[in-house]
Design a protein around this ligand. Structure first.
Ligand SMILES: [Zn+2]
Length: 265
């Protein structure tokens, strides 16, 4: 069977080595993992998850009476934090997830990327997504690469007008550098093709699949500004706050579900 996330990680190494604008990335601090998502459903193909964002300012939720506007209930103070992910002694800064089978079934036709490429082999759309997610890694190590808005404020939400063009330039630059075709060959197959060819598709996941390391809330002990208001406890999901190599599982992805491989790490 093909380990899809491992193949992507190997390809990323070569892309980073051949792309000056990405050469600052230390892929030892990045984990590539798989999430499940159907090809016929709307949603992302891949996502870059940053683990280095600082703890948030303390905040709380509150409820108000609709008529009087009076505060009726509030939650305890809480902060949001990034979980820690460590492989041995290495702290992981970013996770990049790929959604299977959706990512592998992605094509160029009809996508907004098509306009940016002269050569429109359908599989180039997947290489574009891989470079796109790498480009989200922030060279100043403060989080997700920010763009400047017209008013000079940094914006983390949008990609900025040049983001997609820069990605397409890097993809074309990479392909022009004559990389070993065996590194990207697997991108030429859709999910059914991969399954035929390799007998199955595997991907790295976290033990709490379909969850994965995500920002979490933690209550903090601060005096209430209005002590008379009832405090409603927060229902916090119990997710690990520290992940290690023991939390990585290999799962087999089929077109409509995934299962853990027994005996696999
Ligand atoms: Zn993006």
């Amino acid at each position: 069977m093909i380990n899809y996330t491992e193949r992507i990680a190997l390809l990323m190494k070569d892309v980073v080595a051949r792309t000056p604008r990405l050469s600052f990335i230390d892929l030892n601090q990045v984990i590539v993992f798989a999430r499940f998502g159907r090809s016929d459903a709307e949603g992302a193909f891949a996502t870059c998850h940053c683990l280095t964002l600082p703890e948030s300012e303390p905040g709380y939720f509150f409820w108000k009476d609709r008529e009087t506007g009076q505060l009726t209930r509030r939650s305890p103070w809480f902060v949001t934090k990034s979980p820690q992910v460590k492989l041995g002694t290495t702290t992981i800064n970013y996770l990049i997830s790929f959604v299977l089978p959706r990512f592998s079934d992605q094509t160029m036709a009809g996508s907004r990327k098509a306009d940016l490429y002269l050569q429109t082999d359908p599989w180039i759309a997947k290489l574009d997504t891989i470079v796109h997610e790498l480009y989200h890694i922030d060279p100043t190590a403060t989080g997700i690469r920010a763009i400047e808005n017209a008013d000079g404020k940094r914006s983390y939400r949008s990609h900025g007008p040049l983001f997609y063009e820069n990605v397409a330039e890097m993809v074309q630059g990479y392909l022009a550098s004559n990389p070993d075709p065996s590194l990207y060959e697997f991108l030429k197959y859709d999910f059914a093709g991969l399954t035929d060819m390799y007998g199955g598709v595997l991907g790295t996941t976290f033990r709490n699949f379909p969850s994965f390391p995500q920002r979490y809330m933690e209550t903090v002990d601060l005096p209430a500004s209005d002590p008379c208001v009832r405090v409603e406890p927060l229902k916090l999901p119990s997710q690990p706050v520290v992940y290690t190599e023991k939390d990585l599982h290999v799962r087999q992805f089929t077109g409509d579900r995934s299962r853990r491989l027994t005996g696999a790490a």
